[in-house]
Design a protein around this ligand. Structure first.
Ligand code: BES
Ligand code: MN
Ligand code: ZN
Length: 509
């Protein structure tokens, strides 16, 4: 749940409104309808902005109580910094978050409204650089910024403003139909991202594998075909690796397969696979107590897959995509799997378990193999909160990208820059492969002391044949990231916007 928010797109001219908000770039004049209103009322923008020490720097606010002869009582001018350059260098991962520029402005706009407690506002977006998609991104930013997971907070009001808040924003534009179309497209992505955030934020006692699978099933109302595999089905299919992870839990492991068929019938699907460990205690190789509660987010990869499938269905994407998630709970119990156990994955590969806390790769081993055998996809991308080591390497701003295919890696990196969900490619190769050779089985589930994110990727590659494949390690970016203009929540929903962008750019045009 979040505070109530209504965004309405309205065609200019402006009607009477108590509070008007306009955006002004750094060192630029007030333009468009707002400027006309101003000069009609005999006001001088230059004098006012000088008096208010306002130059349009990002974050600046000029608060003007307007004279009687205007149809507004109060005008807030928000500085939005220098206009973003339109040369977006997709090769350079150094590009700042300029591609999320408008979404960030939207998020900031909402925090200003909240700070000033303005619940009824009009926002005029009629500047020449304001494309319909920029308006849509502003709307997306507002909605993402408003998201707050407070369903378990019983007292929702704060002392200063005890009334229930409802933020009403009327956005005034020149071309309403074009803007509405762009907004519908972008809100599909936002809705998917918010579903992913909800799943990751949800506590582990109320979201086990079965409950998670039910959320996946609920996408059938949007036209997604969903199939759920229970442990006995998985056992028949030979998924010993995934089942080993779940065997210490009272709550049975599940696999959910979601198919969206928006493309041509004969086109092979794209496949997206997610790690859905609903809670990761580490198992017998148990984790230390400090911070263990964060492991409720160990299904962030699966959450992104479900969120993505929702987005694709909402915007009726013209592409065939199958989403597969492996769901299990990693518990320490009398029936739990042990270090030393050897399990045979669905592929036939035998795995020596050295550490039961390296469980995500076991779940993915069977999910990847199953997906590849069953759907023969054009490509396979998996998302997983797989290793602490990727956080050591990249921190929390970039997710790790591992791939057997340069073109796929390039396309994903570009989509990362464009969506603001950034990826950094990591190496793979025989030197790392050696580290997971086992004395007793084909491979073991951990490498040595170093390169932990890479040896995890090498492990996954055993369950992928010739198909172009990419592994995204989102352990650092899926949750617990620093608050931003468009995410104030613990869970980020990382991956939905990224893969939506990747699919739309490369497979729907
Ligand atoms: N789910 C964890 C990885 C993780 C850690 C995600 C922190 C998000 C935040 C994963 O299952 C795990 O425990 N990995 C181990 C692997 C090790 C035992 C080789 C790790 O990273 O320490
Ligand atoms: Mn683990
Ligand atoms: Zn885990």
């Amino acid at each position: 749940m979040s505070e109530k928010l209504t965004i309405k797109i309205t065609k200019l001219p402006l009607k009477k409104t108590p509070n008007l908000v306009v955006f002004v770039h750094e060192d630029e004049e007030l333009t468009g309808e707002a400027a006309d209103l101003f000069s009609k009322a005999g006001l001088n923008w230059k004098a006012l902005s000088d008096a208010g020490d306002f130059c349009g720097k990002s974050g600046q606010v000029l608060d003007i109580l307007t004279p009687k002869n205007l149809p507004i009582d109060r005008l807030l001018v928000l500085g939005i910094g220098k206009p973003q350059g339109d040369t977006l260098d997709e090769e350079s991962a150094d590009t700042p978050s300029s591609s999320t520029y408008w979404a960030e402005q939207g998020g900031r706009h909402l925090s200003v409204l909240k700070k000033f407690n303005l619940q009824q506002v009009a926002l005029i977006l009629d500047a020449p650089d304001m494309e319909p998609d920029s308006v849509a991104q502003i709307c997306a930013g507002i909605t993402l910024a408003n998201y707050n997971f407070d369903k378990f907070i019983s007292k929702k009001t704060d002392d200063e403003n005890p009334e229930i808040k409802h933020w009403n924003i009327s956005i005034y534009v020149k071309d309403k139909p074009a803007v509405e179309k762009a907004v519908a497209f972008r809100s599909a992505t936002v809705d998917g991202t918010l579903l992913a955030r909800d799943l990751v934020n949800e506590p582990p006692n109320s979201l086990g594998p079965v409950e998670f699978a039910k959320v996946a099933s609920s996408l059938s109302s949007l036209g997604v075909d969903v199939e759920i595999l229970n442990p006995s089905r998985m056992k028949k299919l030979g998924m010993e690796a995934l089942l080993a992870v779940g065997q210490g839990s009272r709550r049975p492991a599940q696999m959910a397969i979601m198919s969206w068929a928006g493309g041509k019938k004969r086109d092979k699907p794209l496949a997206i696979v997610g790690k859905g460990v609903v809670f990761d205690t580490g198992g017998v190789s148990i984790k230390p107590a400090g911070g263990m509660q964060d492991m409720k987010g160990d299904m962030g990869g699966a959450a992104a897959v479900v969120g993505l499938m929702k987005t694709l269905a909402l915007r009726k994407a013209k592409v065939n995509v199958v989403g597969v998630i492996g769901l299990a709970e990693n518990m320490a119990d009398g029936n739990a799997y042990r270090p030393g156990d050897i399990v045979t994955a669905m592929s036939g590969t035998t795995i020596e378990v050295i550490n039961t806390d390296a469980e995500g790769r076991l779940v993915l081993a069977d999910a990847l193999w199953y997906t590849q055998q069953k759907f023969n996809p054009v490509l396979m991308i998996n998302l997983a909160t797989l290793t602490g080591a990727i956080m050591g390497a990249l921190g929390q701003d970039y997710a790790g990208l591992f791939s057997n295919n340069d073109q796929l890696a390039k396309r994903l990196s570009a989509a990362g820059i464009a969506s603001g969900e950034k990826l950094w490619r990591m190496p793979m190769g025989p030197a790392y492969e050696k580290l997971i050779k086992s004395r007793f089985a084909d491979i073991k589930n951990i490498g040595g002391r170093y390169g932990g994110a890479i040896t995890a990727a090498q492990f996954l590659q055993h369950f992928v044949n010739e198909v172009p494949w990419a592994h995204l390690d989102i352990a650092g970016t899926g949750f617990g990231t620093p608050s931003t203009d468009i995410n104030k929540s613990w869970a980020s929903g990382f991956g939905v916007a990224l893969l939506d962008r990747f699919i739309n750019e490369n497979y729907e045009k």
